[in-house]
Design a protein around this ligand. Structure first.
Ligand code: PTJ
Length: 249
């Protein structure tokens, strides 16, 4: 079934379209089979959040944009779900903030790395890292630990959407500033992030780009002040509250 088979009047139109994008991703060899399960998990949390960007997530997205603008070297990590859902949007975020793009997979295969890199290039990326895999994240088993020495290995700030908890923790231990996008505020990835963004990657990525565009002319001092004022625990608590009460927090 293709995108056009979903009637726009369907109450869950967006959600069904998203499922098809993930399905297409699996068919193209971009997304892993486990990506389908991850999508279902994400959908459940998105439903509880009212399928909207809550205020605390919008604030986190603004601070994330500030981080990307002040970073010496920022890298956006791309996995099979992100590549299927927001390929053009992630390329645009990288362009606007000067971040590198690196394919970094949980279920790593060389074929999938290459297919994702090609998919990103088709969406306008000029350079995609992740093929060299000449550095390792300490404390992780072999495949998940592979990163590029001049990419995530060297970065001071990393955006990790839909990340696995162990790797998120290990990246944090390397002293990197981690921006995590995850609809589950209780996930370990969100809990260890300097900036947890509890929002759907579909909404979070374009919103981060918009914030980056509007913050571009701010001084480093102003951006740093915004960063210093941010409290990740408050953001997570607000997301939990929104899920429990249905109130915009
Ligand atoms: O492409 P690979 O091999 O790197 O694999 C990617 C997945 C996502 C399959 C892998 O990292 C994985 O298994 O992840 P988990 O452990 O299932 O965690 C995924 C997290 O992302 C869960 O907490 C979901 O709630 C969340 N999530 C799923 N879809 C979205 C999402 N968060 C934001 N936006 C989404 N669209």
């Amino acid at each position: 079934m293709s995108d056009v088979d979903v009637p726009e009047s369907h109450p869950r139109y967006e959600s069904l379209l998203t499922r098809h994008r993930i399905e297409d991703g699996v068919e193209k060899g971009i997304t892993s089979q486990q990506g389908l399960i991850a999508q279902g998990r994400g959908e459940a949390f998105d439903y509880l959040l009212g399928e909207r960007t809550i205020e605390s997530a919008d604030r986190a997205e603004r601070v994330a944009a500030a981080h990307l603008l002040v970073a010496d070297h920022s890298v956006i990590s791309v996995n099979g779900n992100v590549a299927a859902l927001v390929p053009g949007e992630i390329v645009e975020l990288a362009e606007v903030t000067g971040a590198d793009l690196e394919v970094n997979l949980f279920n790593r295969t060389e074929e999938r790395i290459e297919a994702i890199a090609e998919h990103l290039r088709e969406h306008g990326a000029s350079e995609v890292k992740g093929m060299a895999a000449d550095a390792r994240i300490p404390g992780l088993d072999h495949e998940r630990a592979k990163v590029d020495a001049d990419g995530i290995g060297d970065a001071d700030t990393v955006v990790v959407p839909l990340e696995d908890g162990d790797r998120a923790e290990a990246l944090g231990e390397m002293g990197k500033t981690e921006i995590v996008i995850d609809l589950n505020p209780l996930s370990r990835s969100a809990q260890v992030a300097a900036v947890p963004i509890v929002d759907n990657v579909l909404r979070a990525v374009p919103n981060m780009t918009e914030h980056a565009q509007s913050l571009r002319d701010r001084s480093t001092g102003e951006l740093q002040e915004m960063i210093d004022e941010f409290d990740p625990d408050e953001t997570l608590a607000a997301a939990e509250e929104a899920i429990r009460t249905g109130e915009v927090a």
